[in-house]
Design a protein around this ligand. Structure first.
Ligand SMILES: [Zn+2]
Ligand SMILES: [Zn+2]
Length: 195
């Protein structure tokens, strides 16, 4: 199975992070291209015919990337990881894209315990319901918030929920990880910010 657009080589994970879930498969040469690679022939400002970037054929089938590839971890798999930090992800908000690399960088600074990092699909109402069950005083299941909020899973139990948004800092993630998994993290002198 491919894990990248065979035309431009952009990773499926990156396409999905950006919400670009449409693929086009050519019936003539069977090349697959992402929505950026497919050739758009504009016949008006509104209407474009799509062509295969490899052979030029207009006989294309639309595929959904999510049918065969996912950046997301299921709730069952997440709990099975035992120790993990999970982030609620949507592609339409800048906060998850901001907070994901910050969180990964923080987890890499942990000395001994190296929890798994996972993305949860916040567009999935089942995910939102589970999170609201875990943290009824904080989370709400109605709509995806797009804050890139974080959940710490320790020994298979969700233990801490932390709002994401624009102010989440690497030290916040480090501090919380220390509190959850003990004082194994690298030393630094910053005061705790609490929750
Ligand atoms: Zn491509
Ligand atoms: Zn083709």
């Amino acid at each position: 199975m491919n894990d990248a657009c065979e035309h431009c080589g952009v990773l499926y994970a990156d396409l999905q992070h950006a919400g670009l879930n449409e693929l086009h498969r050519c019936r003539a040469c069977s090349a697959e291209s992402c929505d950026k690679c497919v050739t758009h022939e504009y016949v008006s400002s509104q209407v474009a015919f799509l062509h295969c970037p490899k052979c030029g054929s207009d006989r294309l089938d639309k595929l959904d990337l999510r049918d065969r590839f996912s950046i997301f971890t299921s709730l069952a798999d997440l709990i099975a990881k035992s120790d993990a930090v999970a982030m609620l992800y949507v592609s339409w908000s800048a906060y998850p894209r901001r907070n994901e690399p910050i969180t990964i960088a923080a987890l890499e600074k942990l000395d001994t315990s190296r929890p798994h990092f996972a993305l949860l699909d916040e567009e999935d109402s089942g995910v939102r319901t589970a999170v609201a069950d875990w943290f009824p005083e904080i989370a709400n299941a109605d709509v995806p918030l797009g804050n890139g909020s974080l959940i710490w899973i320790s020994s298979g139990h969700p233990v801490v929920y932390r709002h994401g948004g624009p102010y989440l800092a690497l030290l916040d993630v480090l501090e919380t990880s220390r509190q959850v998994w003990g004082n194994n993290a690298m030393h630094d002198e910053s005061p705790s910010r609490g929750y």
